[in-house]
Design a protein around this ligand. Structure first.
Ligand code: GRF
Length: 202
């Protein structure tokens, strides 16, 4: 059977994108990275994708309305046969048109245990709130920011000596583990979504 094709959307350094591509290369994830798309031409992740032999496409917003920009991204994703979209540090909110075109077929990763600390600077938000445990979440994307049925979460302890940088680095290590795991779950024939919960049934 042909492998599920992933479209990875990035805006920056692309370390989660690399974790996904490497998991495929190492045989830990049975899928194909069909295309990497960035809205930012200078995103460092683009070169990392090309170095790994993955096709890249840059689709800048160019002052257009959100939906018009999204339509161009959707048509690129479709032209590469993408069935699962993985947001990996993609710094744009998706239009509802995009969310509905790929209903329950868009994943995002966020550096907190959602629903705590959505939005930017999640690690700083966790330190400022004084929580002792934070972590990371991979979830299906709905129309709200950093929201939707949760696929995988991993807890990370907050240490007394932590700074935003040290905490972010330990969370990022776990992000790189759980993103390929979450993709594997979603691609399972036994994966199902019920309201805000997801399951892999026996
Ligand atoms: C990660 O912390 C991810 O959770 C968040 O943005 C960051 C992207 O990092 N959504 P990278 O581009 O994958 O290195």
């Amino acid at each position: 059977m042909s492998k599920s094709k992933l479209g990875i959307l990035i805006s920056g350094r692309g370390s989660n994108m690399v974790a996904i591509i490497d998991a495929i290369r190492d045989g830990r994830l049975d899928a194909e990275a069909a295309v990497v798309i960035s809205n930012i031409e200078s995103a460092p992740g683009l070169e990392k994708a090309r170095d790994r032999g993955i096709t890249t496409v840059v689709i800048p917003r160019k002052g257009r309305q959100r939906e018009e920009h999204d339509r161009e991204i959707i048509s690129a994703l479709k032209s590469y046969g993408v069935s699962l979209v993985c947001l990996a540090g993609y710094m744009r909110l998706l239009s509802s048109f995009f969310v509905h075109e790929f209903e329950n077929q868009i994943l995002n990763i966020h550096p907190s245990l959602l629903p705590a600390f959505p939005g930017v600077d999640a690690q700083r938000q966790a330190l400022e709130a004084g929580v002792k445990v934070t972590g990371c979440t991979v979830h299906l994307v709905d129309e709200q920011l950093d929201h939707g049925p949760i696929v995988v979460q991993r807890a990370v302890e907050v240490l007394d000596a932590d700074t935003v940088e040290s905490l972010s680095a330990r969370i990022l290590e776990q992000e790189h583990q759980i993103y390929p795991e979450a993709i594997d779950r979603v691609l399972s024939k036994r994966f199902r979504v019920e309201g805000c919960r997801t399951f892999v049934t026996d």
